[in-house]
Design a protein around this ligand. Structure first.
Ligand code: 9MG
Length: 285
């Protein structure tokens, strides 16, 4: 009998036999596309409740914007933004929470407050991040980014973007394994839009099956990103939902296991149709 793949989120096992939806919950005043609408604890809990009702299995809570050009925020500010929200989501909703952070101190505090997953767009490159993530017991999403959010779109360069991103992700995953982290806790993510031109993003997207073949669950985040806007003729951020859902479905069909999205209900509907009509599960092309 085939074993069902799972993701171990600090003891909570998530089945990965079909793609899961990670709903975005930014608790920043300057967030990328929702304008910081969810900056208070109560509004954040209400929004998370809606994301879960709409079909999100994971709520990704971020207190530092990662949009292109964004500045880092001080540690204390990030802690003040995310920790009360994570605690509230755990106690009031029993939600599975992911913390979107690159700071080891925030990772540690977030897992202590109940987060089951660490989502690091910096790929655990900060001093101490790899060790804290390894010791946390939480699932860990390692994302690729060239540069930092502040500088990443200043002429990103690669010789072979898919090969370089794949090599980085497998190196970081192996470094986690060397620290005793089980495969069932590791997720990899090519980091669409993070230090990549449109051509890089397209090449990476077409390379998703090779990334899936590495054997770690792949997370894809394309929701409302500029690559979607560019492919639709420079659409504003407020008009990228259909394109985002289409790209998420292609990613699922290529084998992505977690889809990080803003528009949860629409993505869940599209996934249901994909699964029903493709005649296969969405376990890979
Ligand atoms: C926080 N964040 C914004 N975009 C993201 C993406 O594409 N992947 C992951 N893992 N996190 C993201």
């Amino acid at each position: 009998m085939l074993e069902i793949p799972t993701l171990n989120c600090a003891g909570t096992l998530l089945r990965l036999d079909r793609p899961l939806i990670m709903g975005v919950l930014n608790v920043t005043p300057d967030s990328f596309s929702d304008g910081g609408l969810f900056a208070t604890r109560e509004s954040a809990v209400a929004q998370a409740r809606k994301l879960i009702a709409d079909g999100a299995a994971i709520i990704d809570v971020g207190g530092e914007s990662t949009r292109p050009g964004a500045e880092t925020v001080p540690l204390e500010v990030e802690l003040e933004r995310v920790i009360p929200v994570i605690s509230a989501l755990r106690t009031e909703l029993d939600a599975l929470v992911s913390v979107d952070t690159s700071k080891p101190e925030v990772m540690r505090a977030a897992v202590a407050a109940g987060a089951g997953m660490i989502n690091d767009v910096n790929g655990l490159r900060a001093a101490g991040a790899m060790d804290v993530a390894a010791a946390s017991g939480a699932a860990v999403c390692v994302m690729h980014m060239q540069g930092t959010p502040r500088s990443m779109q200043n002429q990103p360069r690669y010789r072979d973007v898919a090969a370089e991103v794949g090599a980085f992700l497998s190196g970081q995953a192996e470094a986690l394994r060397a620290r005793g982290v089980e495969r069932e806790r590791i997720v990899v993510d090519p980091g669409f839009g993070f230090g990549k031109t449109l051509a890089h993003n397209i090449a990476l997207f077409r390379g998703l099956p090779a990334l899936v073949a590495m054997g770690y669950p792949v997370l894809v985040g394309v929701s409302r990103k500029s690559m979607v806007g560019s492919l639709l003729g420079d659409r504003p951020i407020t008009d990228r939902m259909t394109g985002s859902v289409a790209a998420a479905m292609l990613a699922a069909h290529a084998g992505a296991r977690i889809l990080r999205v803003h528009d949860v209900r629409e993505t869940a509907d599209a996934l249901a149709i994909l699964e029903a009509l493709s005649g296969q599960d969405t376990g890979g092309a």
